[in-house]
Design a protein around this ligand. Structure first.
Ligand SMILES: [Mg+2]
Length: 143
């Protein structure tokens, strides 16, 4: 993946996950800085994170497929899924952020060669380390 010759990637026409490097990216607090208004139960999209526009531009130039994976739903946000989806689309257009598609998870987890998420923990056969970190950060089950 990362070591593939550039020409091969650039010459690809279709953006099929089986043949194209696919980068799956979280939206809230990864692509965009957001602010959660607890009283209004509303998630406000502020601005793009530093460097995201340039990264997306590079990925696009190389022909990678970029999928925004967002699980925004009614329980956390005022409005319905369509409203949340449109807010993402408008934001991406307004700030000239290039992507291929938005996936809301209705068909399950999208395939990715890379997953970029502010809440992610990289798994490297290190379950003990991961368990200890989570338990240390959360001594009880309350968030
Ligand atoms: Mg996030």
């Amino acid at each position: 993946m990362a070591n593939q010759p550039r020409e091969k990637v650039q010459n690809r026409k279709s953006k099929d996950w089986r043949t194209t490097v696919t980068v799956v990216i979280d939206f809230d607090d990864t692509i965009a800085e957001v602010f959660f208004d607890k009283q209004k139960r509303n998630l406000i999209i502020l601005r793009p994170k530093n460097g995201v526009r340039e990264a997306l531009k590079e990925f696009h130039k190389l022909g990678y497929k970029v999928v925004i994976f967002s699980c925004r739903n009614n329980s956390t946000i005022v409005g319905n899924k369509e409203v949340a989806l449109n807010a993402i689309k408008e934001f991406m257009a307004r700030y000239n952020l290039i992507y291929d598609e938005i996936d809301t998870g209705v068909n399950g987890k999208p395939y990715g060669d890379y997953y970029i998420d502010d809440r992610g923990i990289r798994f490297e056969n290190n379950w003990n380390e991961i368990r200890d970190r989570i338990l240390k950060e959360n001594p009880t089950n309350e968030r």
